[in-house]
Each structure stands twice: as structure tokens, then as C-alpha cells.
Design a protein around this ligand. Sequence first.
Ligand code: KIV
Length: 279
Amino acid sequence: MPLRPADLTRRKQAGLPITLLTAWDALSAAVVAGAGVDAVLVGDSLAMVVLGHATTLPVTLEEMLHHCRAAGRGLAAAAPHDPPLLICDLPFLSYQCGADEAVAAAGRVLKETPAVAVKLEGAEPETLAVIDRMVRSGIPVMGHLGLTPQSVHQLGYRRQAGDPVSQERLRRRALALQEAGCFALVIEHVPAELASVLSAALVIPVIGIGAGDGCDGQVRVTADLLGLSSRQPPFSPPLIQGRALAVKVLGRWVRQQGPAAAPSPAPATRPASPAAPHC
Ligand code: KIV
């Protein structure tokens, strides 16, 4: 049976840890499905990880839809009977310009890709109103607080909620997201004690990254875990040095092909055609 968003709360109630990994195409989705992950996030981190942007801000809704469809094909091929839950990030400015536009953007994710839920960042009053509209329209929504990369020009990539006032603010925002109908909450780069307290306080699962071991689940950017990212976040260390390993083995293959041939000069005149074979 495919996992549904509400099943994550049942997993939390049963004390089962929840695992989420990102994917950006069919290849990466098949790999993380093969690893047996519970849910796959087509995160807007793909803007940096695979599209080479400096932040997540430039990625468009069209690009997210394109990558999500590819990830969906990878999951269908790798885990046709028991696919992980597929969630797609709503990119910057697809949900901040009014509730109608936001619901339409989230609706496109559900209509045009195999994703069954969207994720969005923040808990401003307008964002809470948008989440309420989406949930009442039948669109499952995952929240995201703490380090929210779409606000990089205000928050940077620093650890968030370091003092009691901002911790209390974050706690209130997390409760507001639950109240608005989010089925789960990602919490990024905050003190571990705060993340544990939140996990205990909320009914919905709290999925941490750079937030300690006391969360109901963990999410990681797959390229970070594999050591493929060009900019490795300090709170998400690699499991292997994938980039260095790939360069090494591919370099060995290149060298096995012999010394690089000097480019041959272009012929001045067209060479005579070889004689046509007799048939
Ligand atoms: O875009 C992303 O990959 C994310 C994860 C860091 C949770 O939002």
C-alpha cells in the first residue's frame, strides 16, 4: 500500500522513526527508493544541487514540476507496489502572491505530477491563510521552519532560534502550522533541545535536519549525504565522499583510454568517397 501523508502521524504515534530523502530526477529517486526511505522530497534545493544556482530562489514552478515528474517515474520503476510518499516543494513566489495563485500552484503539483503533497516555508499570517485554503481544497501541506532557505537574504544560512525569545516564537509558529492543517513539519538548523521539545508538543511529526536526534524523523539532501554537493552544509555531513570518488574512478577510465589525441586538422578538400560496396 502506498504511504499517505496521514500515515506519518500514525508512524509517530507508533514510535516509528520517519525517513525522508530528496530526489531530483528518475535516477536519484530510484536510488533513494531502493534504500527503503519512507518519503521522497523533490526539494527546491535542487536549484543549488543540480541546476547550479547560488540560492534556491531562481527555480521556477515549471522546473519543479519537470523534476517532480522525473522523480515520480523513477519511483514508479523502482518501487511500483510500495512507493515512498512523494512530496514537492513549492518554489519561491509560487505561494506568496495571493491565496488563489498559491492554491493554483499547489494544485498543479497534484494534477501534473505524481506528488501527493506540497511543502512550503514559513508561518506568516498570509502563509497560514494559504495553507488553510490548500488543506480545505484537499491538498496536503508540509510546513518548514527554522532555517528557511527562501529567506536567505534576511536570515542567511545561520542556525535559527538560538535565544529564548526566538525559541518561543518558533514554538508558536509550529503550533500555528499544525492548527492550519499541516500534516508534518520540517525543522531545519535549530538547537536540538528545541526540536525535541517541539516533537513532544506537536501531534504531527517533526522532521529534522540539523536539529538533533530527538525529532520524530530525519530529512537529508541526498547529494549532501553522498558527498556530491559543491557546498556541504556543516550540519549535514557526508556519509561518503561521492564527488571525489566519482572524479577518481572516471579519471581512471579516461586515462585507460590512452593519451588524449591531438585534434586533427580539418581536410582542405572533401576526401573522395569510398567505392560503393557491391550488392
Ligand atoms: O529543499 C530541500 O531540499 C529541503 C530540505 C532541506 C528539507 O527543503
